[in-house]
Design a protein around this ligand. Structure first.
Ligand code: NAP
Length: 306
């Protein structure tokens, strides 16, 4: 079996950029992406802080990066990794379709949406409960929705939904949004309602979502408000299960621990993008992917006795 130089796990901005850099430095690589190439950035309604583009839809930007990367990298799309091991010499990657060997691994596995964990969230998923405004916003035109969360994602999604003609209310657990100031200014100028100091305790509905039960965390007052949908945007959880299989160090915040060169606690294992925490922007994911590829190239080029 031919041994790869690098196996890249994950096809979001970090993995795709790692692929471009690793291939251009002459390494033999393969990328494994269990879902859709582009990762979570696909779901950003638009992106206004990726240099070179004043404003671009997340999916369009990722299509462009993906098309560029595929000129250099073979992507094993839809091929999920079932196990990862190290025989002391090489990494052995078992997937749903076969087995591969690689001398180095780059984790770019990203993150998944955090759930609220309240009654009704699971049973009404797809019937009013959503985690992606770009994917599902269209179905709520001229209706009334809530967005739970106070970060950049919640703010961006609220603005996107409002522009679709939807009556939007942000529900945030504190008395101030976490989102950057320019987004907060847009929210205010568009007249988007914000309910502060409140958490969702339950989501009600028979066939589809009908109302939310809210609790004011300062007064303990309970209220029930009618909505047609709720978009839950309360951050994300890094996908570290495969990293744990190799015993890669995880930091206190639950992300893969890397140094400034994207090297992990295990030799020849690197990580980049959302799975490493930090600033979690598309531009930083790309940057980390490039650095990880460069570190792998440096380490693979070292004579074996060093
Ligand atoms: P985030 O920045 O971590 O914000 C999560 C929000 O959800 C916070 O406001 C948090 O409240 C709230 N929250 C967390 N757990 C909750 C719970 N159980 N119940 C109620 N509320 C809860 O996550 P994000 O907005 O998804 O963004 C993820 C990353 O992508 C961030 O690094 C962000 O900067 C980046 N991003 C950037 C842009 C942009 O640059 N334009 C756009 C989208 C995303 P507290 O505020 O009280 O902690």
């Amino acid at each position: 079996m031919e041994v790869l130089d690098v196996a890249i796990i994950g096809g979001g901005p970090a993995g795709l950029t790692a692929g471009i850099y690793a291939s251009r430095s002459g390494l033999k690589i393969l990328m494994f992406e269990k879902g859709i190439s582009g990762g979570a950035a696909n779901t950003a309604p638009w992106v206004e802080n990726y240099p070179g583009f004043e404003a671009i839809e997340g999916m369009k930007l990722m299509d462009m990066i993906g098309a560029q990367a595929r000129k250099y990298v073979e992507v094993k799309a839809g091929e999920s990794i079932e196990s990862l091991a190290n025989d002391g010499n090489e990494f052995i990657i078992k997937t749903s379709k076969g087995e591969y060997r690689a001398r180095a691994i780059i984790y770019a596995t990203g993150s998944v949406h955090r759930r609220l964990g309240v009654p009704g969230e699971g049973s009404l998923l797809g019937r009013g409960v959503s985690y992606c405004a770009t994917c599902d916003g269209f179905f709520f035109r001229e209706k009334k929705v809530a967005i739970v969360g106070g970060g950049n994602n919640a703010a961006t999604e609220a603005i996107y939904l409002k522009k679709l003609g939807i009556d939007v209310t942000i529900i945030h657990r504190r008395d101030a949004l976490r989102a950057e100031e320019s987004l907060q200014n847009t929210i205010a100028s568009m007249g988007i309602n914000v309910i502060y100091d409140s958490v969702v305790e339950e989501i009600f509905g028979e066939k589809k979502l009908e109302k939310l039960k809210l609790k004011n965390v300062k007064t303990s007052d309970i209220s029930e408000i009618e909505f047609d949908g709720v978009f839950i945007s309360i951050g994300d959880i890094p996908q570290i299960e495969l990293a744990k299989e190799l015993g890669v160090g995880i930091n206190d915040d639950g992300y893969i621990d890397v140094d400034r060169t994207q090297r992990s606690s295990i030799p020849m294992v690197y990580a980049a993008g959302d799975v490493t925490g930090g600033f979690r922007q598309i531009i930083t994911a790309c940057s980390e992917g490039a650095i990880a590829a460069n570190s792998a190239h440096e380490d693979l080029a070292k004579p074996y006795w060093i």
